[in-house]
Design a protein. Structure first.
Lengths: 209, 104
């Protein structure tokens, strides 16, 4: 018997079990796909959609979690301290990342030659910049939530946006719509990984009759 | 022939809470320590204990005042939710400290 119980490892296993259902991937992937399609289609009511969809997604996520996960895995409520820390850090990351992304979007739309060097740089390498921001978001969320899969999405984001830069984002065809293809691609990949996790989860934990 | 050591010869051993020291109860306590509350099904999945085993250990820990058991209905199904009491949290901290002392 070891002299101490590894509580950190037990907590990590609890968090991993909680996210084993892949629902987080499905919802995050779905939202990225939605962003990609919204940028591509450019509907007039886009700002409304962007503000309306995230809270709706959270409500739907909690509902599906209650219907699918808890009856199979069982219920676990994390400590108030952990919940508060995760919520606070996630909001900080998303707000900072949102501001950086908006800066990137504006500079990506076009920059006069007289603009500052950093604006020209962001304009020239816009897709790489956006991919880097998304990769950092996944890295930070992976660290905050202790979910290792998010680190892989960070790597995938960098790869997909780099490929997007090579094929779409050359300085001759800079367009904010170019952002839609990598976003939608990562969204579909994440939703696919999530669906595969969900299928395995349902097989592993059949619902009791 | 020498006598086997008794509890009196090994003072730190006496400090160890034998109720928690049992492996199944130790893993139940450790799992509850890192969360606010968890239900019976979750603990069964995380600990690998059978229904009967978990139920029996749960009763012992509840009798000792280490865990709180709340029974309710969720979607018309019976649900048993467990959480560590303050006494359970303190006992678990003391158990860990005494184990550290024993091996140091």
């Amino acid at each position: 018997m070891t002299e101490d119980v590894d509580l950190g490892e037990i907590e990590r296993r609890a968090v991993a079990a909680y996210h084993e259902d892949g629902l987080m991937d499905v919802f995050m992937g779905g939202y990225l796909l939605f962003i990609g399609l919204s940028i591509f289609i450019e509907p007039d009511y886009r700002p409304f959609l962007f503000s309306f969809v995230p809270p709706l997604g959270v409500v739907l996520y909690n509902y599906v979690k209650k219907r699918v996960t808890y009856p199979r895995l069982g219920y676990v409520g994390f400590t108030k301290e952990r919940r508060a820390r995760v919520a606070r850090d996630t909001i900080v990351v998303l707000v900072v990342a949102g501001l950086v992304t908006l800066t990137g979007l504006f500079t990506g739309m076009g920059a006069p030659e007289s603009a500052s060097w950093w604006v020209l740089l962001l304009n020239r390498y816009n897709l790489l910049f956006q991919g880097g921001v998304l990769a950092l978001i996944f890295l930070a969320l992976g660290r905050i939530m202790s979910v290792n899969r998010l680190y892989w999405y960070s790597v995938i984001s960098l790869l997909v946006f780099s490929a997007g830069y090579l094929y779409l984002g050359s300085p001759f065809i800079v367009s904010p719509q170019n952002l839609s293809v990598p976003c939608a691609t990562i969204g579909v990949m994440m939703a696919g990984v999530g669906a595969s996790h969900l299928r395995r989860f349902i097989e592993k934990y059949p619902r009791e009759a | 022939m020498t006598e086997p050591p008794s509890d009196r010869d090994l003072p730190p051993v006496k400090e160890i809470d034998r109720l928690i020291h049992e492996p199944a109860r130790l893993i139940i306590m450790a799992n509850l320590y890192v969360v606010e509350s968890a239900d019976f099904l979750y603990l069964m999945n995380q600990t690998g204990l059978t229904f009967g085993n978990l139920s029996s250990h749960m009763s012992k820990l509840e009798e000792a005042g280490y865990i709180q058991v709340e029974k309710s209905f969720v979607d018309k199904r019976p649900n048993t939710r467990l959480s560590l009491t303050e006494a359970g949290r303190v006992a678990f901290d003391e158990y860990r400290a005494s184990m550290k002392r024993l091996f140091s």
